[in-house]
Design a protein around this ligand. Structure first.
Ligand SMILES: *Cc1c(COP(=O)(O)O)cnc(C)c1O
Length: 424
């Protein structure tokens, strides 16, 4: 769909929906309605994805099996709890472009980040630093800073922060590469996002992983805004580790169980230091009650505790929908949705709004970030009153994301109408 083929009228938006091969998936989700009874324009999948209707029955099944079976549910439940996390082995791997065994669903994002850094941030006298963005999501900054201190080091000297060039919002790959090259000798770990939470920029995982590898640094990615959004190839890009949450684009519910990727090259190494717990032990000997820890091969070996089954059930519902829709088809639709939104915003030519997300479709996912030059809070409030769910990140960025599973082209059109009226 090139801009020349697009039109700003409502019929055109309705036509796009009528021709959309993924349109039927919207019905699989509960879409909240506003005071007027109309469905809200839900552009907040970057924060909390909508609820798959199928989640209800899957959670109820675990509750029922618990009631019916008690402890026997570990082995006799419809989906036995003892091996529950293994149900995500194939779908979880496909989601991020990994081999089965490189991915495990467990804990939440920041916890997984700590567990990964316990293994992959092993500072030495010369190679002691972590490289991350100055504008990273605060939780990542807290986790990294506390890890540095945990090793008796000082973030003043062991934290290297990277910023976009002055006056720019987007990181340039060549600048990141150069920094890794220049300071690689002191960098133990590079930690970057797959998709930047504020700007929606997609990072070049392959290029950055190669740059880190050339300097002997390990590299991990925070995929909070990438999982379920962009097509990932973690294994082939030779990423060392990655972590993500499942409540944003993955629609697995508030506080959903997150995910973790450990490259096969590390997963098969039982000697790697880690913060261990019984669920990471080889299940064959888990109940032998031996004092020595024998990690299970792969990402599974980083599990600590037995998983929260009631919280994992919605993830099962969600991943089934991703499997059915297909990541490539979702990708194609999201490029059309964001492309259409960009077209409508450009057509309005508002000087109050600047889209800071990269325009190259390969460098953006579902999210467009709008920098609002005047009275951003007023605009955010007006959008909310008009039935749009999006968010304002202080001081001046409104994030809107169009999720291809449940958003329609007509939602985009309605959103643009409101934006034009308020910000025109
Ligand atoms: C959403 C998000 C988190 C959230 O962390 P939790 O541990 O799941 O609460 C962390 N990092 C980034 C970049 C995020 O966008």
């Amino acid at each position: 769909m090139t801009p020349r083929e697009l039109r700003p009228d409502e019929e055109f938006a309705l036509g796009l929906d009528a021709a959309d091969p993924l349109a039927r998936f919207r019905d699989r989700f509960e879409v909240p309605v506003g005071a007027d009874g109309r469905p809200l324009i839900y552009f907040c999948g970057h924060s909390l994805g909508l609820m798959p209707k199928s989640a209800r029955a899957l959670v109820a099944r675990e509750i029922d099996d618990w009631g019916r079976l008690g402890v026997a549910g570990h082995f006799e439940a419809t989906n036995p709890w003892y091996t529950y996390h293994e149900r995500f082995r194939e779908s979880g791997a496909r989601l991020v472009g990994a081999l089965p065994g490189e991915v495990v669903m467990m804990n939440s994002l920041t916890v997984n980040l700590h567990l990964m850094m316990a293994t992959f941030y092993r500072p030495t006298a010369s190679r002691h630093a972590i490289l991350m963005e100055a504008d990273a999501f605060p939780s990542d900054r807290y986790a990294v800073t506390s890890q540095i201190r945990h090793h008796g080091l000082d973030p003043e000297t062991s934290l290297i922060l990277v910023r976009p060039r002055p006056g720019e919002s987007i990181h340039r790959s060549e600048d990141l590469e150069r920094l890794i090259e220049e300071r690689g000798g002191e960098i133990a770990l590079v930690l970057l996002p797959g998709v930047q939470y504020l700007t929606g920029q997609v990072f070049d995982l392959e290029r950055l992983s190669a740059a880190a590898r050339r300097q002997g640094c390990l590299i991990g990615f925070d995929l909070a805004h990438a999982a379920g959004n962009i097509v990932l190839r973690l294994h082939d890009c030779r990423v060392d580790f990655a972590v993500w949450c499942s409540y944003k684009y993955l629609n697995a519910g508030p506080g959903a169980v997150g995910g973790c990727f450990v490259h096969q090259a590390h997963g098969d190494d039982p000697t790697l230091p880690r913060l261990a717990g019984w669920w990471g032990n080889d299940p064959e000997t888990r109940f032998a009650m031996r004092p020595e820890f024998v990690p299970r091969k792969g990402a599974d070996g980083w599990q600590v505790s037995n998983p929260p089954i009631l919280s994992m059930a919605p993830l099962l519902a969600s991943l089934a929908i991703f499997e059915e829709a297909g990541l490539e088809a979702l990708r194609a639709k999201l490029e059309r949705l964001t492309g259409y939104l960009l077209f409508l915003i450009d057509a309005q030519g508002s000087r109050r709004i600047e889209v800071i997300t990269p325009r190259d479709p390969a460098r953006r996912g579902c999210q467009l970030s709008l920098r609002v030059r005047r009275a951003p809070r007023d605009l955010a409030a007006a959008l909310s009153s008009a039935g749009v769910v999006c968010d304002l990140r202080e001081p001046d960025v409104i994030r809107v994301s169009t999720a291809p599973l449940y958003n329609r082209f007509h939602d985009v059109w309605r959103f643009a109408q409101t934006l034009g009226k308020e910000a025109g």
